[in-house]
Ligand binder design. Structure first.
Ligand code: OSB
Ligand code: MG
Length: 368
């Protein structure tokens, strides 16, 4: 496509309930919505940052700054671009993967819409719907957690993930296991532990969890390998897997036996597919993570999760799990425990511009 510019918006979407992880509580989802402006076409993307660098080093203002000063100028300088060109053009810039992924998605969407081709097909999807898991934040106490999980099970979610942190781990997990029996259950620590907690984490082995996600720090690859040898529960990496190279290194060291793939964390959808392909080749199951995406990123996640190697249910929930009002006209819904993979051109969702305007708190257009 012939690129003419990009519109960036910071959006604030109120959450239906606060979302608490080991690193903090959010009441509002902040993200950057990207509109690629082409010659007669446009495309949409989402930069999945938060206001503070607590999940990873990126945050909204860092992504905005690098996008405006470095990434967008590099793309506009090229003029005409295919979706596949975005990652190579942006690769001289180190890091800033969420910013790169959001820009890549907007260009891909524009290019695919102009070809009339769905993103799912472009990525290599083989399913028309994906099983839907739900990520449950840390609640007031174990009783509240059980009530919250009950609600999601009643809605039909096929897999439960609970967030854990020191002091809210074994007892919370026991409460959910005791209340619901042999449901597909996993836990996510978001880097809250160290190798010194290995004995404590081994207590989780008795709950027959699908996996424990990111118990240690982002750069603790060797420690994750040491921990993985101590646990019966499979170790899954999220934060640590920032690229296909990082995934290959983690697998070579035995640091993970499952990988959570998020396009934002790894710098884009092409890179996400590369990690998928690598894991399929290595016999490692993968699943699609989430970053509380709006309908834009959520549509892309559903497409990615439909690739053949995504053999575990992902955090690809219905929009209503997080938002009362989404910014797309037909937000993802839960049907029989699944979310449909959009079939229209590009992302296959249409933007609700009135809803988008309502949640926009900052806006800038960068033209050639
Ligand atoms: O670690 O998977 C994570 C949300 C924000 C940041 C990190 C994570 C999460 C989630 C939510 O677990 C997943 C979702 O979007 O449903
Ligand atoms: Mg995680």
């Amino acid at each position: 496509i012939a690129l003419e510019g990009f519109e960036l918006r910071v959006v604030h979407l109120p959450l239906v309930s606060p979302f608490t992880t080991s690193f903090g509580t959010e009441h509002v989802r902040e993200a950057i919505i990207v509109r690629a402006l082409g010659d007669g076409v446009e495309g949409w993307g989402e930069i999945v940052t938060s206001p503070a660098p607590l999940y990873s080093s990126e945050y909204t203002q860092s992504a905005w700054d690098v996008a405006v000063r470095h990434l967008i100028p590099a793309l506009l300088e090229r003029g005409t671009l295919r979706g596949d060109d975005v990652a190579p053009v942006l690769s001289p810039v180190i890091g800033h993967r969420m910013a790169k992924a959001g820009l890549e998605l907007a260009v891909l969407d524009a290019a695919l819409r102009s070809e009339g081709r769905p993103l799912a097909e472009y990525l290599g999807a083989v399913h028309d719907r994906v099983p839907s898991g739900v990520s449950v934040g840390i609640q007031q106490d174990a009783a509240a957690l059980v009530r919250t999980v009950q609600g999601y099970l009643d809605e039909g979610y096929v897999r439960i993930k609970i967030k854990i942190k020191p002091g809210r781990d074994v007892a919370d997990t026991a409460a959910v296991r005791d209340a619901f029996g042999a449901i597909p259950l996993q836990v996510d620590a978001n880097s809250a532990y160290t190798l010194a907690d290995a004995d404590l984490l081994a207590e989780l082995d008795r709950f027959d969890l699908l996996l424990i996600e990111q118990p240690l720090q982002e750069d603790d690859i060797v420690d994750h390998a040491t921990l993985a040898r101590r646990l019966r529960t499979p170790v899954c990496l999220d934060e640590s897997v920032v690229s296909a190279k990082a995934a290959a290194d983690a697998l070579a060291l035995g640091a993970a036996s499952v990988i959570n793939i998020k396009a934002g964390r790894v710098g884009g959808y092409r890179e996400a597919v590369a990690i998928h392909d690598l894991c399929v080749g290595a016999g490692i199951p993968v699943w699609c993570g989430g970053m509380l995406e709006t309908g834009i990123g959520r549509a892309a996640n559903a497409a990615l999760a439909a690739l053949p190697g995504f053999t575990l249910p992902g955090d690809v929930s219905a929009s209503a799990r997080f938002y009362e009002r989404d910014i797309v006209t037909r937000p993802a819904v839960l049907e029989d425990g699944h979310v449909r993979v959009p079939t229209g051109p590009g992302l296959g969702v249409e933007i609700d511009e009135a809803a988008l305007d309502e949640v926009t708190v900052a806006r800038e257009i960068v033209r050639r």
